[in-house]
Structure formats: C-alpha cells, structure tokens
Design a protein around this ligand. Structure first.
Ligand SMILES: NC(=O)c1ccc[n+]([C@@H]2O[C@H](COP(=O)([O-])OP(=O)(O)OC[C@H]3O[C@@H](n4cnc5c(N)ncnc54)[C@H](OP(=O)(O)O)[C@@H]3O)[C@@H](O)[C@H]2O)c1
Length: 256
C-alpha cells in the first residue's frame, strides 16, 4: 500500500489530490500537512504545521504506516507572497515566501530521504510552476522560488543517479488552476502588477486551465501518461467534480 505525505491539503490542488487518492486508491493512506485541517476521511490524518515556522519544521518526522510499500512526498504547499515589484515588496513577506516555497521543500525532502526506509519505493513530487521558466512582473520572489525548486529537483535526481539511489523525484507544473492562490492574485493591485487584468479575465471568462502539464519535459497535454523503469505511471488529467472551484485537478500515481 501507499502512504502519501502531502503538504497543503486544506485547499486547492493539494486537497483535490488527497481527495482523489482517498476515493480511488482503496488501500492508500494520506497524511496532510497544513495549518488548517480542511478535510477528513478515515484514511486521512492531518498534521497541523506552519511550514514557515522553522522550529516546527525542524521537529517534523515522517512516521510511515508499517504496511506501506511505497511512500510519496508531495511538496505542494505554496505561497504567492506580496504581489509587488522588488523595491516595493515587504522584506518579511519575501522571507516568508522563501521559507514556505524553498526551505520547507528542501528540508522535508532531506528528512524524507533520511527517515523513510530506502527499501521502500520512495517518490517525491514537487509542485512547480511555469513561473520558474519566465519572469512574471511583480511575482519575482515566487518565480525565483519555483526556479530554485526546479533546479533542486534536478540536483537530487542527479545525486540519486550518481549514487545508484532508487528515489524518484519529479517537478510538475499544474498550469493555472482555479484555487485560493488565483483568488489572491486577483486581489492584487493593477498599479503594482501589470498582468492583473489578464488574471481577472482568465477567471471571468472561465479560462483558468484545469489540466496539468508535465514539467519534466517529455509531454504536455490534458491527459499524460509517463512510464519510468517500466514501473511508475503518472497520469495527470482533468476532472469535473464537487470541488468548490467546480473543477478539480487530479494527479495520481499507479504501479503497473
Ligand atoms: N493555482 C495555480 O494556478 C497554480 C499554478 C502553478 C503552480 N501552482 C502551485 O500549486 C501549489 C498549490 O497551490 P494552490 O493553487 O492549490 O494554492 P492554495 O489553494 O492557496 O493552497 C495552498 C495550500 O498550501 C498550504 N500552505 C500555505 N502556506 C502554508 C504554511 N505556511 N504552512 C503550511 N501549509 C501552508 C495552505 O494550507 P494552510 O493555509 O491551511 O496552511 C493550502 O493548503 C503551489 O505550490 C502553487 O505554487 C498553482
């Protein structure tokens, strides 16, 4: 059975992913990590943790279900921060974003490799963003953090290759999805953010994309199947469902 540790399960993509797993994988258990609880299920347990609080983060330990044969860490929690250009942004907001979007991902991945037995299948999925690959006005700390995680993913994958490690680590970009983060983006000020109207229009015209794209390269599309070592299938697809945004996005892993 699989044990998932997913950060940011109280809303948006993390919540939708956790719900999808619990509905579709009868044996899997999910540990959600966020400040708010946001969901409940017999096979779901919540750890209340502020990923921006260093002491709490350092005290976190992966307690893996003893029946697990595969353990998945999904570094999904993310923060858009202050939507203001560098020079106008708050120093404290920059530090908060770096703690949540970068430090927490590196520390959790480090702990995951230390604490989860290497005889189990171990998978780390980092939820990235297209913002890693091109500048977006007034999102500089966010863009920088996503670029950092993309490179971190490549560096850890390289370490695994060099050491013949079996850990699989991937960076996945979901595309623009209708979540609380998008609502935060629309709340920004158009004088601070030249693309404010674009994001408002995406929402008003029902154009927020619902599909994921695979940032690891290879393929883009509404439904993506990707096979690795003949073993891992990652499928990312669009689903209309009961989620508050009227749609939810699913990302799931399945052994083949
Ligand atoms: N939505 C998009 O268009 C889009 C596009 C590209 C990439 N992404 C990425 O997708 C991921 C999920 O975003 P989303 O759109 O689903 O956002 P969301 O609805 O705002 O959800 C963010 C999640 O992160 C958690 N989180 C934030 N700060 C935290 C903290 N200090 N400690 C613990 N948990 C924290 C929140 O939980 P609590 O508030 O309960 O702590 C919440 O569950 C992010 O990494 C984001 O960068 C989103």
């Amino acid at each position: 059975m699989r044990h998932y540790f997913i950060t940011g399960t109280s809303s948006g993509i993390g919540k939708a992913y956790a719900e999808y797993i619990l509905e579709n994988e009868a044996d899997s258990v999910v540990t959600g990590i966020s400040r708010r609880e946001g969901m409940s299920h017999l096979r779901f347990n919540h750890i209340a943790l502020d990923l921006g609080n260093r002491e709490s983060l350092l005290n976190f330990q992966f307690k893996v279900n003893q029946n697990a044969t595969e353990v998945v860490l999904v570094n999904n929690a993310g923060y858009i921060g202050d939507i203001k250009r560098i020079g106008n942004a708050s120093d404290l907001e920059i530090l908060k974003l770096v703690d949540i979007n970068i430090s927490a991902v590196l520390v959790l991945t480090n702990k995951f490799i230390q604490q989860v037995n290497s005889s189990l299948n171990r998978i780390v999925l980092n939820i990235g963003s297209g913002a890693a690959n091109y500048p977006i006005d007034a999102w500089t700390p966010y863009c920088s953090s996503k670029a950092a995680i993309e490179h971190f993913t490549a560096c850890v994958a390289n370490e695994q290759q060099v050491t013949n490690g079996s850990l699989i680590i991937k960076n996945i970009s979901p595309g623009v999805v209708n979540t609380e983060m998008q609502a935060e983006i629309r709340k920004s000020n158009h004088t601070d953010f030249s693309r404010h109207e674009h994001f408002v229009n995406l929402h008003e015209n029902g154009e927020l994309k619902l599909e994921c794209t695979f940032k690891d390269g290879l393929k883009y599309g509404k439904t993506v199947k990707y096979y690795e070592n003949g073993k891992l299938q990652v499928e990312i697809r669009r689903v209309e469902g009961r989620h508050v945004s009227h749609f939810y996005l699913t990302v799931f892993l399945q052994s083949i």
